[in-house]
Design a protein around this ligand. Sequence first.
Ligand code: DLL
Length: 433
Amino acid sequence: MIFNIEYETMPREALESIQLKRLQTVLSHVYATVPFYKKKLDDAGILPGDIKSLKDMEKLPFTTKQDLRDNYPFGMFAVPMANVVRIHASSGTTGQPTVVGYTARDIDTWAELMARALSAAGATRGDIIHNAYGYGLFTGGLGVHYGAEKLGASVIPVSGGNTKRQAIIMRDFKPTILTATPSYTLHLAEAAEEMGISFKDLHFKAGIFGAEPWSEDMREEIEKKLNMDAIDIYGLSEVMGPGVSIECLEAKKGLHIFEDHFIPEIINPNTGTALPYGDTGELVFTTITKEAFPVIRYRTRDITTLNPEPCVCGRTHVRMNKVSGRTDDMLIIRGVNVFPSQIESVLMQVEGVEPHYQLIVDRQDNLDTLTVRVEIGENLFSDEVKQLQQLESKISKDIKETLGVSAKVKLAEPKSIARSEGKAMRVIDNRKI
Ligand code: DLL
């Protein structure tokens, strides 16, 4: 089912004409209400009225995470505080948190888009949604929650953590859709298994996984192990939260961006030049319907590619490929660029290796070293030391052949790598300390 068939299957020309009108309105709005945007546009010598086509967007200056931090906490809000009904914030693990606000209409828009997203993943009002995204300042929990209610589904607001209780709820309430980070899902499955609850006997038809990068191979692993369709959902607090884009159940190939609300661009992260469809680069978003916290050409740091080809599902909105990583998560190991998700892909191909891993980067004698710690299953763990050493060498060789980078592989005991209740921390970069 397509929740909002009119907008999601709109011919390109009609969509672009709506986008332009909305863009012009949002530009006038931020120019009049947010001193940061007024100054940025004045400095660039551009007035909102100068943007006469979507192509003209390239003239607009970018907005960066640093800009949001400089205006902490509410300096980027484009409406008076009296009109803000909700505040969320990013966790701020890499610095000052970024704070975002929503008007009542923004909350409605978000609920509508999340309902559209859930429906693209096959959810209907008859579904029971087990929502294990964290509730709180993180946008995952409440974002999915409002969308599920808007769709008319039954939502279980279980949030992250309390994993054993979650397993019992999954067994007893018989939810049909799971929403969680992929890493927490694996943890949940493992805990359930230990309690004698197998996902194969549960009632899930689909899982809607996002908030962190996960590879195609991880999808295969989850689908096989947990017996459900695994759908990728993407979003970020600065742009709205979950529900900026999602894969459709029909194709499961690329995430449709809700282009009637967000204009995506791909740029070269080093030069800032806009790139054509099909090229890989940094994803940039302009929000065109938000009231409290619009962003103009916001640099996400996420790396992907846009694909405008028609989709079997009938949606006309452009698709973004699975995010391979963030510009700031990319490891440069002796000059070779590596994303954690690429290592994940290699690991997932190895028989007996579990989807729990950690990448440790060090610098020894001015040389970068990469150590990959990966868990093995109980079956392998009982093997002879020699066999395990052979496996380590094999994985190391696979990584070298596939990615061109040398890595030391250390097999870890089953369940020895810390599990996440939200976003997984895969990389320990000791070079930064
Ligand atoms: O993670 C919103 C969200 C919640 C999305 C639930 C999907 C599901 P933030 O905490 O602001 O918002 O983190 C945003 O997470 O810029 C990406 O780097 C990463 N990210 C989000 N979804 C995906 C995904 C939420 N599907 C940042 N694949 C983004 C890869 C993702 N990375």
